[in-house]
Design a protein around this ligand. Structure first.
Ligand code: C2O
Ligand code: CU
Ligand code: CU
Length: 518
């Protein structure tokens, strides 16, 4: 470790994760806004790939290899070992068109030893299994089951899988990430994530800011030791290191702590992803700066919405337009609650801004409840006995390995009603599909747990205005019933649904489901 630097930069008491451990960096001691914001590298095809089951059809083939690499998270920190697709975290970005399929060879070229604390008592992470396993899921994609990255379809270093993505869906920002059973939280924390943008003709016609005026922002938190290495929290029992939540002290944007970006006094489009394991962000800009939300997880809203702040649970995305026109020569800091995230440096020179913020974006017809053929009531539960000394979470009181209970019929629409019996908000995500949020309603948790009956404590609340578009991840607030309406279209087969707090997902807050043919 570069001791001289660390002592100079951190001459104050620091937070330690465990007695005797190398202390973590105290972010309040790090210089603000000294590193330029990195932008993801756009992936380039390496060949052509024959589409399975479609004689003669060929699509561009990409290759992305997961490897251990070294990254600089901040000017004054020593290099950090991370796991990356393509050399950076976030990894290479796929910039694609709707209706134009592609294939990606996901190669596992990771070391055979993990560098983060595996909990072998978790289901699917037994000590008999190889330590390093990976499988890639494209979050939000309408993908056939064999290309979706089922958690048990992991493979070891030296192996690869080629997945086909038809991209037959509306323009939006998707993201890919590891999904290996029982160690997904560690693999993503290590850095196995990246962006996948889908564009379509309707969106391109809108005249939104594009090219260098469109900036992807991937936000996540990490704990970093003063020797530069990632640190992941552990519980006191060395046989059960799993912790129910991992919140890092250091907030990173596109893999840098407190970066800055130079912008012109004009409109920009910001494509934001919360890629944190468990942290929720509440993004805002200083008063007086015009911020509009134009889209969410699964594409554009019906119309732009002026917003003061944007709340994002893990895995949620926001498509934003910010207008710096009136802020020539000033510095604008993007924050989340009390955290500084990054700085926009607006240049002094007036520019012509040909981009537009249209009055309306695209039709998002609301699905009528009457289109649903059935309603499933599914609980989010706390369970005391899954892991010694810590509280675990379950979906519908059912562990991962129990037989599949949710079997929607292909082509039908269902209402899923999540009854949250816990004291936390859980971001619930379904693979394959997009859905709409119907409402949220507070209920009497005690009565539900003692008598099994629902007594509502207030009227049903409409989703927030910026949740009225298509979604793939929904915040299910504590002690509420949150209802979504889901058309199960695309493919039959086995998928998963889960909480996107990765510590929960890895410890039984994930279930398979199967889309069946009638
Ligand atoms: Cu972000 Cu199962 O996915
Ligand atoms: Cu997903
Ligand atoms: Cu959860």
């Amino acid at each position: 470790m570069s001791g001289a630097l660390s002592r100079r930069a951190f001459s104050h008491p620091m937070i330690a994760t465990a007695p005797g451990a190398v202390p973590n960096v105290d972010p309040s001691r790090l210089a603000r806004f000294v590193d330029p914001l990195p932008l993801p590298i756009v992936a380039r095809p390496v060949g052509r790939h024959a589409v399975p089951g479609d004689a003669g059809a060929r699509v561009p083939l990409y290759r992305a290899a997961a490897r251990a690499v070294s990254a600089k998270l901040h000017r004054d920190l020593p290099p950090t070992t991370v796991w990356s697709y393509g050399g950076t975290v976030p990894g290479v970005m796929f910039d694609t068109r709707s209706g134009e399929g592609l294939a990606v060879e996901w190669a596992n070229e990771l070391p055979v030893k993990h560098f983060l604390p595996i909990d072998h008592s978790l289901h699917g992470a037994e000590a008999s299994l190889p330590e390093v396993r990976s499988v890639v899921h494209l979050h939000g994609a309408k993908t056939s089951p064999e290309n979706d990255g089922y958690p048990e379809d992991w493979y070891v270093p030296g192996k690869s899988r080629t997945y086909y993505y038809p991209n037959e869906q509306d323009a939006t920002l998707l993201w890919y990430h590891d999904h290996a059973m029982g160690i997904n939280r560690l693999n993503i924390y290590a850095g196995l994530l990246g962006l996948h943008v889908i564009r379509d003709a309707k969106e391109l016609d809108l005249g939104l800011p594009n090219g260098r005026y469109e900036i992807p922002l991937v936000i996540f938190d990490r704990d970093v030791r003063i020797d530069g290495q990632l640190s992941y929290p552990v519980a006191a029992d060395p046989d059960h290191p799993w912790v129910p939540e991992a919140f890092g002290e250091l907030q990173l944007v596109n893999g840098k702590a407190f970066p800055f970006v130079e912008v012109e006094p004009r409109k920009y489009r910001l494509r934001v992803l919360n890629a944190a394991n468990g942290r929720f962000y509440r993004l805002s800009l200083p008063q007086g700066i015009d911020l509009y939300q134009i889209g969410g997880d699964q594409g554009l809203l019906a119309a732009p919405l002026a917003v003061k702040y944007v709340q994002l649970a893990p895995a949620e995305r926001a498509d934003l337009i910010v207008d710096f026109t009136a802020h020539r020569g000033s510095r604008v800091v993007l924050t989340s609650d009390s955290f500084d995230l990054m700085e926009f440096r607006v240049s002094d020179r007036a520019v012509v801004d040909p981009s537009v913020l249209p009055k309306s974006l695209r039709a998002v017809p609301r699905l009528p409840e009457s289109s649903a053929v059935r309603t499933r009531r599914l609980t989010l539960d706390e369970s005391q006995n899954l892991v010694a000394e810590s509280t675990g979470m379950l979906l519908n009181k059912t562990p991962w390995h129990a037989p599949i209970t949710e079997k929607p019929v292909l082509g039908t629409t269902e209402i899923w009603e999540f009854v949250n019996l816990t004291d936390d908000t859980h971001p619930i995500h379904l693979h394959l599909v997009r859905f709409q949020i119907l409402d949220r309603r507070r209920f009497d948790g005690f009565q539900y747990m003692t008598e099994g009956t629902l007594r509502y404590l207030g009227p049903a609340m409409e989703p927030d205005d910026n949740e009225m578009g298509w979604k793939d991840t929904v915040r299910v607030n504590a002690k509420t019933v949150t209802r979504i309406i889901v058309p199960f279209v695309g493919y039959a087969g086995r998928y998963v649904w889960h909480c996107h707090i990765l510590e929960h997902e890895d410890n039984e807050m994930m279930r398979p489901y199967e889309v069946v043919r009638e």
